[in-house]
Design a protein around this ligand. Structure first.
Ligand code: SAM
Length: 284
């Protein structure tokens, strides 16, 4: 028996679950519904790497589930031990139970149930060299997940969700973030609260608009902390939000497409804004 397993025995027992009607399994399965995620404040993340990253980043784990077939693998044992140490429930389950929980035919061998986390708007005080993204009523879980992943990769500081957005902690969005959901702070707020906050703070809102007056490459992203504001997939930016922006940027297009996909437009904007800041840093 390896050290992790001995240690794990000392701390607490891992529960074996094989029945699909087990109430814990039912509860975890219910996390696929937004209502249940909101009531419990929890969400599911799949994959050993993601779970290890989340534990290392200090996210609160409530339950760790691993496949019986993964038992004894050093990294799985280490993650289970860490979860037990943190007071989480650890379940060893059959492949059938994992398939049911994740609603996938070839499920990952480790799944974590974590507490959701949002940064309150009042605590958002970005410094001059930071870039944030604000998304107005984003509807598509794949778009949101891709944007969170892109924000992470581009070195953005976080994402603000405005109004009635899709849930960042849905299984589909979490999958699309490829783990970046644990690395990118999220703020959730209403439109008018956000506009009031931006007016009071030392930030510049750069809106993006198909009719934008300014080429996105000619904006100075270094003057103040920048929040790049992206419109809804169908309706674009509402007038109230567009008027609160210091500039409305346009990404020039060719061809017949009338607009870029929201996540693609966000990536173009983010990498340009970060390029400006990195260029400044290298000149220091
Ligand atoms: N029918 C919508 C409209 O009229 O605005 C199209 C929305 S577009 C799919 C979603 C968002 O991506 C836009 O609100 C804007 O924020 C951004 N976007 C897409 N293409 C853009 C472009 N060429 N220039 C600036 N922003 C763009």
């Amino acid at each position: 028996m390896n050290d992790h397993r001995q240690e794990r025995r000392r701390i607490g027992q891992v529960k074996e679950v094989t029945s699909l009607t087990n109430p814990i399994v039912k509860d975890i399965r219910a996390l696929s519904q937004k209502k249940h995620r909101e009531e419990t404040g929890q969400f599911m993340a799949e994959g050993l790497k993601l779970v290890i990253d989340a534990l290392e980043l200090g996210w609160t784990v409530r339950t760790l589930i691993y496949a019986k077939a993964a038992k004894g693998k050093p990294k799985v044992e280490a993650a289970a031990l860490k979860a037990l140490n943190a007071g989480a429930l650890v379940l060893e389950v059959s492949e059938k139970v994992l398939t049911t929980i994740t609603r996938r035919d070839n499920p990952q061998s480790v799944v974590g149930i974590f507490e959701q986390r949002y940064l309150p708007l009042a605590r958002l005080q970005p410094s001059k060299d930071e870039t944030w993204i604000a998304l107005d009523r984003v509807r598509d879980p794949g778009n949101l997940g891709t944007i969170i992943r892109t924000a992470d990769a581009a070195g953005a500081s976080g994402v603000v969700l405005l109004g009635d957005c899709v849930d960042p902690f849905s299984l589909e969005t979490v999958r699309a973030t490829m783990g970046s959901v644990f690395a990118v702070p999220l703020v959730r707020t209403g439109l008018s609260e956000f506009i009031d906050w931006a007016r009071r703070g030392d930030v510049q809102l750069v809106g993006t608009h198909l009719e934008g007056a300014v080429d996105y490459r000619s904006i100075d992203y270094r003057r103040r902390a920048t929040i790049i504001v992206m419109g809804n997939e169908q309706q674009g930016l509402p007038g109230e939000l567009a008027s609160a922006c210091a500039a409305l940027a346009r990404i020039p297009q060719q061809g017949r497409a009338d607009s870029l996909n929201l996540a693609v437009a966000t990536a173009v904007m983010l990498f340009e804004a970060r390029r400006h800041l990195l260029t400044l840093e290298s000149k220091r």
